[in-house]
Design a protein around this ligand. Structure first.
Ligand SMILES: NC(=O)C1=CN([C@@H]2O[C@H](COP(=O)(O)OP(=O)(O)OC[C@H]3O[C@@H](n4cnc5c(N)ncnc54)[C@H](OP(=O)(O)O)[C@@H]3O)[C@@H](O)[C@H]2O)C=CC1
Ligand SMILES: CC(=O)[C@H](N)C(=O)O
Length: 268
């Protein structure tokens, strides 16, 4: 069976990727920090889909995270066919008020670990002449986003990095697709600290978002943004003048500085 490695598989979109890939008959390697949660997911996938599910607990903010994962894969004799770089989190607010350590970790998880894991696994895919990389970006990456300065920049990085790789490996059996979702109902907003961080779209459930991502990967598409309002942001928003785009985006993202609304819908 083909083997897929999913980062951030303990919750949210990553757990959904693991479910849907297992339902398609993939064996899984599940990576995140929450060991218990990964073990539960792995057991559920084995029982429901009869696949092998391997748990590799790892903090992706650690500088040698990808090396450790690669070492673990080699020790267990596992060859990865599909890499889903999904793990990530956001920060928001006035830049000078955000904990620099948190921003640093965000860069490590959203950017450095994603590149390092791709370095670790892509050469094997090239040798075998087939493989797939699915990177999770965001609609936040389509433009500079004041009050999400670092988060949106990490997602712009993910998008441009993925587009460039896709072009480099065209014709060599490697698919590279970026999922750029708008707001999805996950723990993301608990972690970032406010549901006001859901900018410019309705909340989607993880299931259709992941389904759209895997369909796009099947078809070799460069990127996918599920949902009509998110597609308007993706395709119809002018890209320049860039300073004007940043100024307009600031008007849209500014509410993130205001207090959280009183009621909190449950998250998955
Ligand atoms: N929800 C949304 O509206 C949107 C989300 N995204 C992107 O989707 C991706 C998944 O987020 P989502 O499912 O929504 O959020 P969740 O908070 O539900 O899940 C985040 C996942 O990332 C993992 N993770 C976070 N930090 C680390 C770390 N240091 N080391 C290892 N794993 C880590 C978490 O695992 P653990 O805590 O166990 O380590 C968890 O499995 C992210 O890249 C996010 O930016 C993009 C657009 C919209
Ligand atoms: C959190 C996200 O990345 C999402 N695109 C949003 O705008 O809410």
């Amino acid at each position: 069976m083909p083997l897929a490695l999913v980062t951030g598989a303990s919750f949210g979109l990553g757990a959904e990727f693991a479910d849907q890939l297992a339902a398609r008959g993939h064996d899984l390697v599940l990576v995140a920090r929450s060991r218990d949660r990964l073990e539960e997911t792995a057991e559920r996938l084995r029982t429901a889909h009869g696949v092998q599910a391997h748990v590799v607990p790892q903090d992706l903010a650690e500088p040698d995270a990808a090396d450790r994962i690669a070492h673990e894969l080699a020790a267990r004799g596992l060859t990865v066919d599909v890499l889903v770089n999904n793990a990530g989190f956001g920060t928001c607010g006035r830049f000078e008020e955000i904990d620099p350590r948190r921003e640093h970790d965000q860069l490590m998880v959203n950017v450095v670990a994603l590149v390092d894991l791709t370095h670790a696994l892509l050469p094997g895919m090239l040798q075998r002449g087939s493989g797939a990389v699915l990177n999770v970006g965001s609609t936040a990456g389509y433009q500079p986003s004041p009050y999400f300065a670092v988060y949106s920049a990490t997602k712009t990085f993910v998008f441009n990095f993925s587009l460039a790789l896709r072009e480099e490996y065209r014709g060599r059996g490697i698919k590279v697709t970026t999922l750029c979702p708008g707001p999805v109902e996950t723990r993301f907003f608990e972690t970032i600290g406010t549901r006001r961080a859901a900018v410019g779209g309705n909340f989607a459930a993880p299931e259709p978002v992941v389904r759209a991502a895997l369909r796009a990967l099947d078809r070799g598409r460069a990127y996918v943004t599920p949902g009509l309002s998110n597609q308007i942001v993706a395709h119809l928003t002018p890209r320049r003048p860039r300073t004007l785009v940043a100024a307009i985006t600031k008007r849209i993202t500014r509410p993130v500085l205001e207090p959280e609304p009183a009621t909190q819908p449950a998250t998955t």
